[in-house]
Design a protein around this ligand. Structure first.
Ligand code: PGA
Length: 251
């Protein structure tokens, strides 16, 4: 059966006081829903938000991790530290990391391996820029990013991912891909998954991300290969995020 998953990506937002109110309301409203929910929050708030999620079914995620194990890497955070503070998931290869921090496909693979070795579920982001879409390269770019990760994983690793298709031009712009545009890419991703994993491909969650909100979520989730969402801006508004989770649990 297809997975149902909504992950919040708070990005570099939050405050001790605001997190308590937002998380408390989300826990109260989504705990009984039929979809998996994960909150990916800034490092300094992982312990706080993890405490607020204790006893709930909601997962805790970080937004990045180091590709290194431990040691002299000032400012970095390891996979083991993330599990130590209760993380279940970690976002890897977000376009903002690729763009502002020069993360290559190789670095993304290294991080996926570290995450999986520590027992974390990587939420791996792929997606094309506006220029790449306009040049007709969407599918090639997305499948290259996907294959770069797949090529370095065994079948157990390949099965233990969450994927997020996030067209760069749709992130934070209010211009979400139409459900049909997103579905076309999700269908290509699913075909690639099927050729690697056979029937197990259906069990892997493929999320859409990029300006998902309370109004467009249901039409995106109505698409055959869109299993859920990675939600940025709208995840900072408890009621909007809850509406997206409700829409996903009813898909
Ligand atoms: P957005 O961000 O929902 O604000 O577009 C999505 C993301 O970057 O994960």
């Amino acid at each position: 059966m297809a997975r149902k998953l909504v992950a919040a990506n708070w990005k570099m937002n939050g405050s001790a006081e605001g997190n308590a109110a937002l998380t408390g309301r989300v826990v109260e409203a989504v705990s009984a829903l039929a979809c998996e929910v994960v909150l990916c929050v800034p490092y300094p708030y992982l312990l706080q938000v993890g405490g607020l999620l204790a006893g709930s079914r909601i997962g805790l995620g970080a937004q990045d991790l180091s590709e290194h194990d431990a040691g002299a890497y000032t400012g970095e955070v390891s996979a083991a530290m993330l599990t130590d503070v209760g993380c279940t998931h970690v976002v890897i290869g977000h376009s903002e990391r690729r763009k502002y921090h020069g993360e290559t496909d190789d670095v993304v693979l290294g991080k996926v391996r570290r995450a999986q070795a520590a027992g974390l579920v990587p939420i791996v982001c792929v997606g094309e820029s506006r220029e790449e879409r306009e040049a007709g390269e969407t599918e090639a770019v997305v499948l290259r990013q996907l294959e770069a990760v797949f090529a370095g994983l065994d079948d157990v690793g390949a099965r233990s991912l969450v994927l997020a298709y996030e067209p760069v031009w749709a992130i934070g712009t209010g211009l979400a891909a139409t459900p049909e545009m997103a579905q076309a890419v999700h269908a290509s991703i699913r075909t690639a998954l099927r050729s690697r994993l056979g029937d197990d491909a259906g069990a892997l969650a493929v999320l859409y991300g990029g300006s998902v909100n309370a109004d467009n979520a249901a039409s995106l989730f109505a698409m055959a290969d869109i299993d859920g969402a990675l939600v940025g801006g709208a995840s900072l508004d408890a009621e909007a995020f809850i509406s997206i989770c409700v829409a996903n649990s009813g898909r």
